[in-house]
Design a binder for this molecule. Structure first.
Ligand SMILES: [Ca+2]
Ligand SMILES: [Ca+2]
Ligand SMILES: [Ca+2]
Ligand SMILES: [Ca+2]
Length: 219
């Protein structure tokens, strides 16, 4: 029972946190080792320190707090912080089904580094957004679950500029749509699948094709 209790009190979320804890324990004259299984490691520490002491110890350096957005008593957005107090990741359950479907990850300076999303809520995070200088710079999605990327997104200062649909299992786009202020402005297609874009559609503000032109093959 004691071990089970400790597992719920604290589990190092990664090896780095485990090693940081190990250093802290050494400073207190308690020897420990970082095991491959974080839960097992936490249980060992729990037995060494005793339940009450370790509860205070683990609560002090690491905080796990969040927001209950829909006020049903369950936290839907959790903030995970390192023992030094910097942000590590944020997990969000956007559709309130109890399964995390949105994970922000932060670099070692606390800046947002990436965002992983389960946009079809099937339990797998198929979309990944990469941040640069605080804004989303690019994204990729495996929408059909075959482990290869189907769509790539390019952004500038967080604004979507283009999205390319890839030939399955390759990095070759068959269609790239270019956007202006969230509207499709034009799209380039590789209609004969030879790896070269050959047709360009231009769109009205209502996303209707208003012009179609050929793209000359490169010399
Ligand atoms: Ca809730
Ligand atoms: Ca969810
Ligand atoms: Ca998914
Ligand atoms: Ca895929």
């Amino acid at each position: 029972m004691q071990i089970r209790f400790m597992r719920t009190v604290f589990e190092p979320s990664n090896a780095l946190e485990g090693h940081m804890l190990q250093d802290l324990l050494k400073q207190r004259g308690i020897s420990s080792r970082v095991d491959g299984a974080p839960g097992f490691f936490a249980a060992l520490i729990g037995l060494a320190l005793g339940v009450a002491g370790s509860y205070l110890f683990f609560r002090a350096p690491t905080s796990t707090t969040g927001i209950d957005h829909n006020e049903d008593g369950t936290i839907d957005e959790r903030w995970f912080t390192s023992t030094r107090g910097s942000a590590v990741r944020t997990e969000v359950d956007r559709n309130f089904d109890g399964v995390v479907d949105y994970i922000y990850r932060y670099d070692n300076r606390g800046r947002i580094d990436a965002l992983e999303a389960d946009d079809d809520f099937n339990g797998s995070l198929e979309t990944r957004w990469q941040y640069h200088d605080g804004s989303v710079a690019s994204g990729e999605a495996d929408t059909n679950g075959d482990s290869s990327i189907d769509i790539r997104f390019h952004l500038k200062h967080g604004i979507l500029e283009s999205m390319g649909y890839l030939v399955p299992g390759s990095e070759t786009p068959v269609r790239i749509g270019y956007l202006r202020s969230a509207r499709i402005a034009f799209a380039e297609l590789d209609s004969d699948r030879d790896g070269q874009m050959d047709v360009r559609h231009r769109y009205s503000d209502l996303a209707e094709i208003v012009a179609t032109e050929e793209i000359a093959a490169p010399q």
